[in-house]
Design a protein around this ligand. Structure first.
Ligand code: FES
Length: 139
Protein backbone atom coordinates (compact mmCIF):
# COMPACT_ATOMS: atom_id res chain seq x y z
CA UNK A 1 0.00 0.00 0.00
CA UNK A 2 1.11 3.55 -0.67
CA UNK A 3 1.69 5.49 2.57
CA UNK A 4 2.72 8.98 3.58
CA UNK A 5 3.74 10.37 6.94
CA UNK A 6 4.51 13.90 8.06
CA UNK A 7 7.10 13.88 10.82
CA UNK A 8 8.22 16.78 12.97
CA UNK A 9 12.01 16.90 12.76
CA UNK A 10 14.22 18.82 15.19
CA UNK A 11 17.70 20.06 14.38
CA UNK A 12 19.62 20.16 17.68
CA UNK A 13 22.44 22.22 16.12
CA UNK A 14 20.21 25.12 15.10
CA UNK A 15 17.17 24.47 17.28
CA UNK A 16 14.92 24.59 14.20
CA UNK A 17 11.80 22.42 13.82
CA UNK A 18 10.45 21.38 10.45
CA UNK A 19 7.57 19.19 9.30
CA UNK A 20 8.94 16.77 6.73
CA UNK A 21 6.81 14.50 4.52
CA UNK A 22 7.85 10.97 3.54
CA UNK A 23 6.11 8.80 0.92
CA UNK A 24 6.82 5.07 0.70
CA UNK A 25 5.41 1.62 0.00
CA UNK A 26 4.46 -0.53 3.00
CA UNK A 27 2.83 -3.95 3.43
CA UNK A 28 -0.89 -3.97 4.33
CA UNK A 29 -0.17 -5.38 7.80
CA UNK A 30 2.29 -2.58 8.64
CA UNK A 31 2.08 -0.72 11.93
CA UNK A 32 3.25 2.83 12.47
CA UNK A 33 6.49 1.41 13.88
CA UNK A 34 7.01 -0.69 10.72
CA UNK A 35 6.44 2.44 8.61
CA UNK A 36 8.97 4.42 10.64
CA UNK A 37 11.49 1.60 10.19
CA UNK A 38 10.90 1.69 6.42
CA UNK A 39 11.44 5.46 6.33
CA UNK A 40 14.61 5.15 8.42
CA UNK A 41 16.00 2.26 6.34
CA UNK A 42 15.17 3.57 2.87
CA UNK A 43 14.87 7.35 3.01
CA UNK A 44 16.27 9.08 6.09
CA UNK A 45 18.82 7.33 8.30
CA UNK A 46 18.85 10.30 10.67
CA UNK A 47 15.30 9.55 11.83
CA UNK A 48 15.41 8.46 15.47
CA UNK A 49 12.66 7.01 17.64
CA UNK A 50 12.32 4.70 20.59
CA UNK A 51 11.27 1.07 20.34
CA UNK A 52 11.99 -2.10 22.21
CA UNK A 53 9.56 -5.03 22.58
CA UNK A 54 7.30 -4.53 19.48
CA UNK A 55 4.54 -6.30 21.49
CA UNK A 56 2.70 -3.41 23.21
CA UNK A 57 4.34 -4.22 26.53
CA UNK A 58 7.15 -1.77 27.29
CA UNK A 59 5.68 1.54 26.11
CA UNK A 60 8.99 2.63 24.55
CA UNK A 61 7.37 3.44 21.19
CA UNK A 62 4.87 5.91 22.65
CA UNK A 63 4.49 8.99 20.44
CA UNK A 64 1.87 11.39 19.10
CA UNK A 65 -0.06 10.80 15.88
CA UNK A 66 -2.34 13.68 14.89
CA UNK A 67 -2.08 14.93 18.47
CA UNK A 68 -3.23 11.67 20.10
CA UNK A 69 -0.94 9.47 22.19
CA UNK A 70 -0.36 6.11 20.47
CA UNK A 71 1.89 3.08 20.70
CA UNK A 72 3.58 2.88 17.30
CA UNK A 73 3.85 -0.93 17.46
CA UNK A 74 0.08 -1.22 18.04
CA UNK A 75 -1.21 1.29 15.49
CA UNK A 76 -2.17 -0.39 12.20
CA UNK A 77 -1.83 1.90 9.20
CA UNK A 78 -4.09 0.10 6.70
CA UNK A 79 -7.28 2.13 7.40
CA UNK A 80 -5.34 5.39 7.42
CA UNK A 81 -3.79 4.56 4.04
CA UNK A 82 -7.21 3.64 2.60
CA UNK A 83 -8.65 6.98 3.74
CA UNK A 84 -5.75 8.78 2.08
CA UNK A 85 -4.85 10.56 5.31
CA UNK A 86 -1.31 11.75 5.99
CA UNK A 87 -0.86 11.55 9.76
CA UNK A 88 1.44 13.98 11.57
CA UNK A 89 3.91 12.27 13.91
CA UNK A 90 5.64 14.05 16.79
CA UNK A 91 7.12 13.52 20.28
CA UNK A 92 9.08 10.44 19.25
CA UNK A 93 11.57 10.62 22.12
CA UNK A 94 15.08 11.96 22.35
CA UNK A 95 17.33 10.71 19.54
CA UNK A 96 20.30 10.64 21.91
CA UNK A 97 18.38 8.39 24.30
CA UNK A 98 17.01 5.54 22.17
CA UNK A 99 16.49 3.15 25.10
CA UNK A 100 14.59 5.65 27.20
CA UNK A 101 14.89 6.37 30.91
CA UNK A 102 12.85 3.34 32.01
CA UNK A 103 15.27 0.98 30.27
CA UNK A 104 18.35 2.62 31.79
CA UNK A 105 17.03 2.27 35.34
CA UNK A 106 15.79 -1.25 34.67
CA UNK A 107 12.37 -0.63 36.22
CA UNK A 108 10.63 -3.07 33.86
CA UNK A 109 13.39 -5.68 33.85
CA UNK A 110 12.97 -8.45 36.37
CA UNK A 111 16.71 -9.11 36.53
CA UNK A 112 17.55 -5.51 37.39
CA UNK A 113 14.77 -5.35 39.98
CA UNK A 114 16.11 -8.43 41.72
CA UNK A 115 19.58 -6.93 41.68
CA UNK A 116 18.22 -3.72 43.24
CA UNK A 117 16.36 -5.73 45.87
CA UNK A 118 19.44 -7.74 46.80
CA UNK A 119 21.48 -4.56 47.06
CA UNK A 120 19.01 -2.92 49.38
CA UNK A 121 18.79 -5.99 51.63
CA UNK A 122 22.61 -6.00 51.86
CA UNK A 123 22.49 -2.35 52.85
CA UNK A 124 19.85 -3.12 55.45
CA UNK A 125 21.88 -5.97 56.99
CA UNK A 126 25.00 -3.77 56.98
CA UNK A 127 23.01 -1.13 58.85
CA UNK A 128 21.80 -3.74 61.35
CA UNK A 129 25.38 -4.91 61.87
CA UNK A 130 26.54 -1.36 62.46
CA UNK A 131 23.73 -0.74 64.92
CA UNK A 132 24.37 -3.96 66.81
CA UNK A 133 28.12 -3.27 66.89
CA UNK A 134 27.46 0.25 68.14
CA UNK A 135 25.15 -1.01 70.90
CA UNK A 136 27.80 -3.48 72.11
CA UNK A 137 30.40 -0.72 72.36
CA UNK A 138 28.12 1.64 74.26
CA UNK A 139 26.83 -1.11 76.58
S1 FES B 1 7.91 -1.26 21.32
FE1 FES B 1 7.28 -1.84 23.32
S2 FES B 1 5.26 -1.03 23.43
FE2 FES B 1 5.85 -0.63 21.38
Amino acid sequence: MQMALKIWRYDSATGDRALKEYEFDAPEWATLLDCLDIVKDKQDGSLAFRKSCRMMICGSCGMRMDGAAVLACKTRMYDIAQEGRVPVISAMGKPSDPQGPRRRHGSFSGRSSRRCGRGSSRATSARKTAVSTGSRRSG
